[in-house]
Design a protein around this ligand. Structure first.
Ligand SMILES: Cc1ncc(COP(=O)(O)O)c(C=O)c1O
Length: 387
């Protein structure tokens, strides 16, 4: 992926499809186009075999079994299936769900929907770094709690939650634990055997795979998690997610995860160095700059900062020919509302309107990195002069 202008640094919103992924996917559009459910002939059998291989690739990076992976259209759908599926399946046991205020809308709005149907949802607060306190999770559990859903890594500020600890608490209380790991899988190690996770959502387009494909890990033993389907049809994916399988997408996501498994450690080191250096450079020219998120428990490729007194929309607009960055979540960029994540960590409305998120990625090289710092500093100085 050669660097071009504007330099793309919005890899939390989406990533480009890796050429190795694209190459693996291409035959499944027109040459070997079979329906993976039509295994009575060679076209379907070839597609089914490709899906089987991809399922193994997804399972491998999660240290799970292939039969614990369910394909969906993305992390949004996985979150919905997990939360709604548990709420309905375990309704006779209880009607209470615990989540947290900084979750993605795919979790928050699913919770809101459940509240309208009479369920009870607790939205836990976070500290100034965006961390949810495991003891607060434990304190919120009642005898009616059926699910805890806490994201692994925040899509705006990159904070990584103490997932293993929260999962242990859930298990000690006999509660199912779901995590939205759309920003984590393929970026940091995720081990289903060690991390006490029962349900985990992931997405193809956050890891250099295609859009419109995702997955849900569902624990098959100790405990075996059951999900009521939220939509109905041909009964694919063991009835949990009906609909013809997106074979090219599945093949692409499998390949993307296989690549990520090999390469993530190396990339992380480089990203950590770049994001640290970026923040230090900003601090030199704009001492009031604030880091959003945890200083160390964070995604290495994420940097989210507030430049108090500078409207981030103005900065992003000024930079648009040189640098593609965003003010926050892609799902809420059209909104004038301040980020719910930044407000939750204690930023004021004004401060949150000065936030800029950098998401470094595979396409960025050292030149991009230095160029970006120079451009941002230039723009900040220009804005400072005008104001
Ligand atoms: C944490 C998180 N959850 C869910 C999603 C939604 O993923 P998808 O686009 O695959 O539906 C995103 C994407 O922005 C995300 O960052």
């Amino acid at each position: 992926m050669e660097s071009k202008r504007p330099v793309y640094m919005d890899h939390h919103a989406t990533t480009p499809v890796d050429p190795r992924v694209l190459e693996t996917m291409l035959p499944y559009f027109s040459e070997t186009f079979g329906n993976a459910g039509s295994i009575d002939h060679v076209y379907g059998a070839v597609a089914a075999d490709a899906v089987r291989k991809a399922r193994e690739q997804c399972a491998h990076i999660l240290n799970a079994s292939a039969d614990e992976i369910y394909f969906t259209s993305g992390a949004t759908e996985s979150d919905n299936i997990a939360i709604l599926g548990v709420a309905e399946q375990y309704a006779s046991k209880g009607d209470h769900i615990i989540t947290c205020v900084t979750e993605h809308k795919a979790v928050l709005d699913t919770g809101k929907h459940l509240q309208k149907t009479g369920k009870s949802v607790t939205y836990l607060p976070v500290d100034k770094y965006g961390l949810v306190d495991p003891s607060a999770v434990e304190a919120a559990i009642t005898d009616k709690t059926v699910l805890i859903s806490i994201m692994t890594a925040n899509n705006e500020i990159g904070t990584i939650a103490p997932i293993k600890e929260i999962g242990k608490i859930a298990h000690d209380h006999g509660v199912i634990f779901h995590t939205d790991a759309a920003q984590a899988v393929g970026h940091i190690p995720m081990d289903m055997k060690k991390m006490n996770i029962d349900l985990l959502s992931f997405s193809g387009h956050k890891i250099y795979g295609p859009k419109g494909i995702g997955g849900l890990y569902v624990r098959s033993s100790s405990p075996r998690v059951k999900l009521s389907p939220v939509m109905f049809g041909g009964g694919q994916e063991k009835g949990v997610r009906s609909g013809t399988l997106n074979v090219p997408g599945i093949v692409g996501m499998g390949k993307a995860l296989a690549i990520a498994e090999k390469e993530m450690g190396k990339a992380e080191k480089q990203y950590r160095q770049w994001t640290t250096q970026m923040f230090d450079s900003f601090k030199d020219v704009y001492p009031s700059v604030m880091l959003n998120g945890h200083p160390t428990k964070r995604l290495a490729h994420n940097l989210n900062v507030c430049f108090p007194g500078i409207e981030s929309k103005a900065l992003i607009h000024l930079l648009k020919d040189d640098l593609a960055i965003s003010a926050g979540s892609a799902c809420t960029t059209t909104s004038v509302e301040p980020s719910h994540v930044l407000l939750a960590i204690g930023r004021t409305v004004e401060e949150s309107h000065s936030a800029v998120r950098f998401g470094l990625g595979r396409g960025n090289d050292g030149d991009d990195f230095h160029f970006s710092i120079d451009m941002i500093i230039k723009c900040i100085q220009a804005i400072k002069k005008i104001s």
